[in-house]
Design a protein around this ligand. Sequence first.
Ligand code: ZN
Ligand code: ZN
Length: 392
Amino acid sequence: MLDPQKQALIQEVDRLSPELSQISRFLHAHPELAFEEHQAAELLTRTMEEHGFSVERGVAGLPTAFTASYASGEGPTIAFLAEYDALPGIGHACGHNLIASGSVGAALALKAFLGEVPGRVLLVGCPAEEKGGGKIPLVESKVFRKVDVAMLVHPSNRTEIVKKALGMRDVQVEFFGKAAHAAATPHLGINALDAVILTFNNINALRQQIRPDARIHGIITNGGKAPNIIPDHAVALFYVRALDMEYLEDLYQKVLGCFEAAAMATGARYQVKRAGNDYHPHRVNYTLGHIFRQNLEALGGVVDQGPEAAELGSTDVGNVSQVVPTLQPTITICGPKVSCHMAEFAVASASDAGEEGMFMAARAMALTGLDLLRDRDALHRVKKEFTGGRRP
Ligand SMILES: [Zn+2]
Ligand SMILES: [Zn+2]
């Protein structure tokens, strides 16, 4: 049974629900790619200003990043993260329109109680989750310095509380050989494509010997121009992923060795390039997850997960989780055969079930924020797990 303050908080989310639904629908109807989310950032910052938040635009040098802050008295800072980028060709097939509106809902609802409990509510507008890792410069520019806890809820085909994420590093290898006629004078050429193929073979051999939770996978982005020309230029792009950065570094060095060996075997020259920053693994916080779970279940939410953290890909939320206790649960908005990055997931993200999930996320996040603002002991336990690095 929820106490009267919590019941009032839920009513506040319900009161806001038409506006949240409008935000979600607008974002869905105007999908924008990573770092180009100008309409989304405009709508979200305007909304927060209309509700009395102080807004800072263009945070960390990113035109579509922002913070919106509201404080009353001296107290902890609860941050809700809004993502709002879409995917090329399939729009909001990751449901970030629901993430944005859910976090706005939690921030606005919790703000209404800041007179009763001291503290600060922060909405962090995080561009480019799908490509480029917009949260990485936000973390580097100390946006989370005074934040006590950060939260966001991702739509999914399952409701899970604690999610692990792998650290990830991208690496491109470019081989330079020598063109020659592939039939008449192959002995005069140096085959850059062979170097790429040997790189894949080396990495495939390496994969047999790596930890089961690590991943190395790649594509060939340039494999030559015509079969009758020995390719003088070939390029491949790889992602290296692991649950901790130390092992990721280890694997990365081995992958560099795979490039080197392929170059030696073929006589090609090679060059290595990195496109982005490292995505860090998600540092899970079971204490925070437990508080969220209790609230979600009190609201009638059904969790599809046991006590252990479920596996996931990689996300720049991981970088946030390294500097502040962070929770990113998922909430069900569709059946098990549909998953994010499928065209059907974009449909689910604009459906009634999608909105219901988003309202539920906003309620559970707001309740969790209230728990942490009014119960310093709970906040202390969350922080203790974070600094101690150990599960309670
Ligand atoms: Zn995605
Ligand atoms: Zn996503």
